[in-house]
Design a protein around this ligand. Structure first.
Ligand code: ADP
Ligand code: G6P
Length: 469
């Protein structure tokens, strides 16, 4: 770990998460591990290329950590107390905003002390950025945990160029109006010069809301600019995020990953079909529906466990939030029930692991996956779908994708499913398995082309160019 320079930064990314998490082992030693989730996967290569500073929380409560230099940029950890982790992170961010922004797939809870904590922590982030940013620097604020930061920063440092990108969906106005502090949140975002969303629909939902704020004119359908009462202009636009496609491809093509893939396939008993799912263990990912559909296909004999395995990897996530605890138990039960219905000891129907793995192991899993299954009930983008495509050389494979993932707009050649329709999902899984090699290949080629033609560098460059203009 090297220390940071004393210079002020001309480019700053600010996100609740840092790319690395500080973990204290049982023997008291310290490790840094890669943080979970799509935001980190997407932004890491951007920061490695551009340099600058990444300001965020290091994942451990009640600990202050000095800034340090990491892979070409500075990391500036922001401390959170244990109470703030409960109220700001687990509470308002992940039990109020997260479910509400994902179409209320579970009920959001609202508590005034959670909101107070959200405001306090947003203020801390904004103050740290204001302290570290050079004159006229570009600051890129990320995601739903920090929606008040753009306005706070604008007030403290009007010289800055401020961009905001929301990695998750933005809900329709009818749901948004439930939030007791909706006005303050919208005004917080309007502090930015440019507000980016994953899809045109999300941008449109926000634009409709902005239009309802006092003194805001526009945007209308033909226009993605809102003008505030002081004459300042805010651009509102979609920028679908992507991945470092070449980086994933090179990793997946390496001899080590090929060997790991071979070993994994052998360990799974060399079945002719491996169906693969990988997600944070989150109720938005449609895991219950996916597992139920595949379980029924085994029960009905349409999938034969002598020949087919479903490999599901679930990353531990937000484990102290009630709905995540319930989900973990439900999935354990569901998988146990399906596997115990088997009449052979040889191989489980579902090989389920509740763990995070190194990226090379994940690439090996993508390599052995004949069928990739991605079933969110709602998802901002879903990078897993894009990673699968980038890691595949073999065209005789298939991506099953929920129509409710942002990625479905770009990857419309996928075998598309509605995760609420279990029978429809079962039929599509069987179609993906049984389609002709030519039909599968044509789909894979078209989607792979899309992923390689719109990479994470293109995403960052188009956002930052628009912000700079
Ligand atoms: P979200 O951001 O909601 O978690 P995404 O699909 O956009 O969903 O991004 C998830 C990211 O986390 C991907 O880059 C994926 O490779 C990574 N990931 C998910 N599960 C695991 C796991 N068990 N081990 C390692 N990486 C994982
Ligand atoms: C999604 C969110 C990110 C978040 C990630 C992991 O990708 O958009 O903001 O960092 O999930 O969740 P966590 O709560 O562990 O940071």
């Amino acid at each position: 770990m090297t220390s940071t320079s004393d210079d002020l930064a001309t480019f700053i990314v600010v996100a609740n998460r840092l790319p690395v998490d500080r973990v204290v082992n049982e023997d008291g030693s310290i490790d840094w591990t890669t943080s979970p989730g799509g935001l980190v996967t997407a932004l890491e290569p951007v920061m490695q290329r551009k340099g600058g500073a990444w300001i965020g929380w290091h994942g451990a409560p009640d600990e202050t950590v000095e800034p340090f230099h990491h892979e070409g940029y500075d990391i500036v950890p922001i401390p959170l107390s244990a109470q703030e982790v409960t109220e700001y992170y687990e509470g308002f961010s992940n039990a109020s905003l997260w479910p509400l922004y994902h179409d209320c797939v579970v009920d959001p809870e609202f508590h005034r002390e959670w909101w107070d904590s959200y405001r306090t922590v947003n203020t801390r982030f904004a103050e740290e950025v204001a302290k570290r940013a050079a004159k006229n620097a570009t600051v890129w604020v990320q995601d739903y945990q920090l929606q008040l930061v753009p306005r706070m920063l604008r007030e403290a440092r009007p010289d800055l160029k401020i961009g905001f990108f929301l990695h998750i969906p933005f809900p329709p106005i009818e749901l948004y109006q439930h939030i007791p502090w909706r006005g303050e949140l919208v005004d917080g975002l309007l502090g930015a010069d440019l507000i980016g969303f994953q899809t045109p629909g999300a941008a449109h939902n926000f634009a409709r809301l902005a239009h309802h704020r006092d003194g805001v004119t526009g945007p209308d359908d033909s226009d993605d600019i809102a003008t505030l009462s002081d004459g300042r202009v805010v651009k509102i636009k979609d920028f679908p995020i992507s991945i470092d496609a070449r980086g994933f491809h090179e990793l997946a093509s390496s001899p080590q990953v090929h060997q790991e893939a071979e070993e994994m396939r052998t360990e799974l008993g060399n079945p002719s079909t491996i169906i693969f799912g990988v997600d944070r263990l989150d109720y938005t990912k449609g895991l219950r529906q996916r597992i139920r559909a595949i379980g029924e296909l085994f029960d009905e004999g349409k999938l034969d466990q002598e020949d087919c395995v479903f490999l599901q990897l679930a990353t531990p996530s937000r484990e102290r939030v009630e709905e995540y605890k319930i989900l973990r138990n439900d999935i354990d039960l569901l998988v146990g029930r399906i596997n115990s219905a088997s009449d052979t000891l040889a191989r489980p129907r579902i090989a389920y692991r509740h763990t995070s793995v190194p990226r090379s192991t994940l690439a090996a899993m993508y390599q052995i996956a004949d069928i990739m299954i991605v079933t969110p009930l709602r998802d901002g983008m879903n990078l897993v779908a894009k990673e699968y495509l980038a890691c595949r050389d073999d065209d005789n494979s298939a991506l099953i994708l929920s129509e409710f993932a942002g990625a479905a707009l770009e990857l419309d050649e996928a075998y598309m499913i509605n995760p609420y329709d279990i029978d429809g999902m079962k039929a599509t899984i069987m179609k993906a398995i049984n389609d002709s090699p030519q039909a599968r290949a044509q789909k894979m080629r078209a989607m792979r082309q899309q992923v390689f033609a719109h990479t994470i560098d293109d995403w960052a460059d188009s956002f930052l160019t628009e912000l700079g203009e």
